[in-house]
Design a protein around this ligand. Sequence first.
Ligand SMILES: [Fe+2]
Length: 170
Amino acid sequence: MLNEKIHEALTAQVNAELWSAYLYLSMSIDLEMKGLKGFSHWYYVQSQEEFDHANILINYLISRDSKIRMDQILSVPNSWSSPIEILKESLAQEQKVSAKIQELATLASRMEDFATQNCIQWFVNEQVEEEQSLRDLINLFNMTAEFKCGLLNMDSDLAKRRYKKPSIIG
Ligand SMILES: [Fe+2]
């Protein structure tokens, strides 16, 4: 049986991952409305990945015979001024998630819950990748924005992102 504090923290993290999925879906819609189909596609895949993250935690809670509580998902913004604003907000969101994952890892370590530590380790690595990919996109955007075709080239590159189900889900 999971410690109550860990159970609460994991439940909160399920909600945070679903909120991220909701946020990125909203960004995807806004980018589609702006005519940036590649950016929109990239964010749609990003939203699916966040949904997977929630599922990884749900599966873990089930495997530990713990109650699942699906809390309310708060609303998200619906429009942004530009793609760079979206990218910057996404990086800020991932940095917040990384801090929450760090807290979860610390709690699991303090409670000597090695199974939860092991589960959370996957997220620790994932957050490093999430932050890096957004930083890369922000840098690419800043480097190419001065060229007329920069945004369009970046848009067609982002259209190539393929959805990959994490192997941890099975
Ligand atoms: Fe996530």
